[in-house]
Every structure is written in structure tokens, then in C-alpha cells.
Design a protein around this ligand. Structure first.
Ligand code: BG6
Length: 488
């Protein structure tokens, strides 16, 4: 336990929801164990259900067994952690019912407050309004917003305006949990602490970039939400565009929140808006049909949702062009899908070919240098280089080999994204959270594609569950004379 970390009360709205059990409470438990929670900080779980504190603790304990990794649960540590936990019954839509929360928070009126809104966005406005009504918002209060923040620019704006009626922009922390992943932060370390990449990182040297986030899982009981959103809103508009920003942005003048976010927003504003012809030629949307995943037969998306005519895409692939000096003429191919062959998230930076080969190399071509940043399930960074095959052959023979950057063996336990992000909120550091202008710029670009899809400019394709996605995505990149990294 720490006496130096910020003393604050952490209030989790939607505290008995899936995210809270699966991610937030385990993250807080790890922070507590690793000494990153102030010993007096409290964790207040707001729920509609009537239950005693002991029942709440027992429920959280059972969920910890379910969601912590093997060997991470320690009974004595949990008993200590549980002393911080309190449950409060509030009906989120009923302002009067917040009185019990007020009484609890007023025990320590001087404390900083982290209000974590892990609820459907429909409640964001009502919660903030009630907090204001009961005078529970202080200048040191923060509010954390979970996605989805809207399903297009207009609805996202409406939600943000509601929240900003009660909190300042500097108090609002919009989560994109991909930014909390260690390897994702490492993209900045790699780019901005290694000189060798500096002169290479542009259109003169890079042929194209690929960003893939493939999941083998399906929608996992989140049909109600997912069917209204789909891959574009669920993954591309946020996680994949954020990864693209980290690869494409200019070096920020410092690591402070606004310097980093200023550079990211410039990238988002440089994304070339799509015309109808672009949507037809440079985007693919698809839905999975019956297939098999890891040897087990799985139903198609529609059968799973139980909606016969669902037109929701579970896969999207897009060629993105960035209109600025650094990236002119360098396509970024991004794709994401559910129920793919395997879980695999990676960023591929493919460098241009050498101008001329002096090696005969027995018909084998000289492969382009490639930087492979693997994010999931295994984290690694590999630079693919050409190298001589040892031997006395008359003509020199070459092969491609990997130069691999491994995390130091003595690295601490890799924290989960939510640990990093929760700690940053506690410390009032918004660098890894999305600023309003970032969210809006991303929606502005995505909306055009979504509208084109709505108008059926490009038909919905299908792919079998457990496959590599629709052939249209392969055709899309092949039309440009390139191929997806995993098909090489
Ligand atoms: C969430 C999406 O934001 O990210 C989910 O809503 C998706 O649909 C998840 O499964 C993927 O996150 P991760 O960290 O498992 O890659």
C-alpha cells in the first residue's frame, strides 16, 4: 500500500457490470498489491441492486477467481483489498436516490474523486447531472467515460456536450484501452528513442503500413450492443485509428498530454475523406457465417444474434490514405474482424525495395525489409533483414532473418491496460486518453464510410468463422500489387 499515491475515492458506476468485474476490479486489485493505491483510498461500487457490503465482497471475490490469472488471487491480500470496498445502492436514472452516495462521499469532502462511468452512454448525462445536483463535483473530480461514446459524430457530440455541462474537458478521461497496452506505448518508445528509425520513417522509405486486429472470439453475449455497432464503430473508429496515429504522428515536443494529443489529432485530420468510388474500391465489410473455431463448430453471426436480417459487419478492411508531407503515397491498410482463424494483432511497416540488386540469389527475390510489431497474443518486435546463408557456394546466397527485440528478462509483470489507465486517472495524467477533438475527427472520417455502407455502395461480404476473413479483403490489397503480411 502506498502513502504517496494520490488519495482519492474511486466511484464505479455500473459497478456490477461485466467490465467492472472482468477488468476494473482486477486492475484495482493489482494496483493495490503493487503499492499503487493510497492506503486510505476507497472503492465505491454503485449498483441498483440491494445488497450488504459482505454480499458485495463475496460477489467480487467470486469474480476475481473467474477473471484473475492463475496464481494471482491471494486470500489474505484480497481480505485487505476488500477493506477498501463499499457498495452503494443508486438507481442511476433517479436523482433522489443519489443521496446515499452523497452521504458516503461527504465523509471525506476534501478527497479527489474518480467517477468511472462503466454504464451505457444513455446514463452519462443523468449521472453527471445528479453529481452536480448533490454538489459532488469538485475541481479535483475526474470523470472516466467508457466507449461507446456515440455511434456517429452527431450522437457522440450530444453525449460529450451533456457531460461537458458539468465537467471541464480537462476533467474528462475518455478511455481507449488499446492506449493502455504496454506494447502500444512501446510504439512511441521505439520511434522516438531510436535514431535509426528517424530518417527511415516516411514516404521515401516506407512502402506501406498494415494494421491488423484479428479476434478468434465472437460477440460473447454482447449481441445487444454489438449488433447496433459492428466492427467499424467497435474497433476501427477507435482502437485501429489510435494505433495508426501512433505510427503516423510527428514527434511530439514532449510527452505531456496535450503535446501527444495535438500530434494525434493532426493525423486524424489528415485522413483523406473517402469518395463514393473510394468506398467501393478501398473498403470491405463482411459478416461471418457458420464455421469452426479452434476445432469447434460455431454458428454464423446471424444465428448467434437471432436476427435473420442483421446487416452488421463483423469484419472491416480499409485502405487509408494520409494527406500530409510525411505519408503522401503511403497506404495504411487496416483490418479487424471477429471469429477469425486466430487472435492476432500486429502492425507491419514494410520498407521499399532496394533500388537495384547486385545479387543473383538463385531466382529468389530480395525481400523488402519489414518491421513487425506484434501486440497480441504474443508481444514482440522483429526487424526482417536479408542475410548471407553461410557456405562456399560460388554465388552468394541470401535469406531473410529476424532481428528480434525482446523485453528484458527481468521485466516486471506486464500490467494490463486497465491498470495503466486507472493509475493515470488517479494521478491526473490524461496523456493516454482521448481528447474531444480526437474523438470528433475520428468520427468525421468514419461517418462518411458508414453512410456509404448504409447506402450499400459496397455489398456486405461473408467469411466462414475461423477463416482469414473475406477474399474481398485479399483482393483489395492485391489490386495495389501488395499482400497481407500473414499470406506471404
Ligand atoms: C473492445 C471491443 O473495445 O475491445 C470488443 O468492444 C473487443 O469487441 C475488445 O473484443 C478487444 O480488446 P482486446 O484488448 O482483447 O484486444
Amino acid at each position: 500500500m502506498s502513502e504517496t499515491e494520490n488519495l482519492c475515492d474511486i466511484i464505479i458506476f455500473g459497478g456490477h457490470g461485466d467490465l467492472a468485474f472482468r477488468k476494473l476490479m482486477p486492475a484495482l486489485y493489482h494496483l493495490f498489491n503493487d503499492g499503487y493505491l493510497n492506503h486510505q483510498s476507497r472503492i465505491l461500487t454503485v449498483t441498483r441492486r440491494e445488497m450488504s457490503n459482505d454480499e458485495h465482497i463475496a460477489l467480487v471475490e467470486s469474480k476475481m477467481h473467474e477473471f484473475l490469472k492463475k496464481g494471482e488471487f491471494d486470500e489474505a491480500r484480497f481480505a485487505d483489498f476488500a477493506k477498501k470496498m463499499q457498495v452503494v445502492k443508486v438507481d442511476l436514472a433517479d436523482e433522489g436516490s443519489y443521496q446515499s452516495l452523497k452521504e458516503m462521499l461527504d465523509l471525506h469532502p476534501e478527497r479527489e474523486r474518480v467517477n468511472y462511468l462503466s454504464t451505457a452512454p444513455d446514463f452519462f448525462g443523468a449521472i453527471c447531472k445528479a453529481l452536480k445536483h448533490w454538489e459532488l463535483i469538485t475541481p479535483q473530480s475526474r470523470v472516466v467515460l467508457e466507449k461507446p461514446i456515440g455511434r456517429d459524430l452527431e450522437s457522440s457530440r450530444a453525449i460529450n456536450i451533456e457531460v461537458l455541462n458539468y465537467f471541464n474537458e480537462s476533467q474528462v478521461y475518455r478511455i481507449d484501452h488499446y492506449l493502455g497496452k504496454d506494447t502500444v506505448q512501446n510504439i512511441m518508445a521505439l520511434r522516438f528513442s531510436n535514431r535509426i528509425f528517424m530518417p527511415l520513417w516516411d514516404a521515401s522509405n516506407i512502402d506501406h503500413v498494415q494494421i491488423t486486429v484479428a479476434e478468434s472470439v465472437g460477440v460473447e453475449g454482447r449481441w445487444g450492443y454489438y449488433d447496433d455497432y459492428g466492427a467499424m464503430r467497435d474497433m476501427i473508429q477507435n482502437h485501429l485509428l489510435q494505433l495508426l496515429c501512433l505510427v503516423a504522428m510527428e514527434p511530439p515536443c514532449s510527452l505531456d498530454a496535450d503535446s501527444v494529443r495535438d500530434e494525434k489529432v493532426k493525423v486524424l485530420r489528415s485522413l483523406r475523406p473517402m469518395t463514393a468510388t473510394d468506398i467501393e474500391q478501398k473498403t470491405v465489410r463482411a459478416q461471418y457465417t457458420h464455421g469452426s473455431s479452434h476445432g469447434e463448430s460455431v454458428p454464423g453471426y446471424k444465428e448467434g444474434v437471432g436476427v435473420e436480417n442483421s446487416n452488421t459487419e463483423t469484419f472491416a478492411a480499409i485502405r487509408v490514405d494520409i494527406d500530409n508531407w510525411r505519408w503522401n503515397g503511403v497506404p495504411f491498410y487496416i483490418r479487424s474482424g471477429k471469429r477469425m482463424r486466430e487472435r492476432n494483432s500486429e502492425i507491419i511497416i514494410r520498407f521499399k525495395s532496394i533500388p537495384y540488386s547486385i545479387f543473383a540469389n538463385k531466382g529468389r527475390c530480395i525481400s523488402q525489409n519489414t518491421l513487425v510489431i506484434s501486440l497480441q497474443p504474443n508481444e514482440s518486435i522483429k526487424l526482417k533483414l536479408m542475410n548471407k546463408i553461410p557456405g562456399l557456394t560460388e554465388q552468394m546466397r541470401l535469406q531473410q532473418v529476424d532481428l528480434e527485440l525482446n523485453a528484458p528478462l527481468n521485466a516486471e509483470r506486464k500490467p494490463e491496460a486497465y491498470e495503466r489507465l486507472m493509475l493515470d486517472v488517479i494521478r491526473s495524467n490524461p496523456t493516454l486518453f482521448m481528447r474531444l477533438d480526437e474523438v470528433e475527427a475520428a468520427w468525421k472520417w468514419a461517418d462518411v464510410i458508414l453512410e456509404g455502407w448504409e447506402d450499400n455502395i459496397v455489398p456486405m461480404k461473408s467469411y466462414s468463422a475461423g477463416s482469414d476473413g473475406p477474399s474481398a479483403a485479399i483482393a483489395m490489397i492485391e489490386r495495389d500489387g501488395r499482400s497481407w503480411h500473414d499470406e506471404l
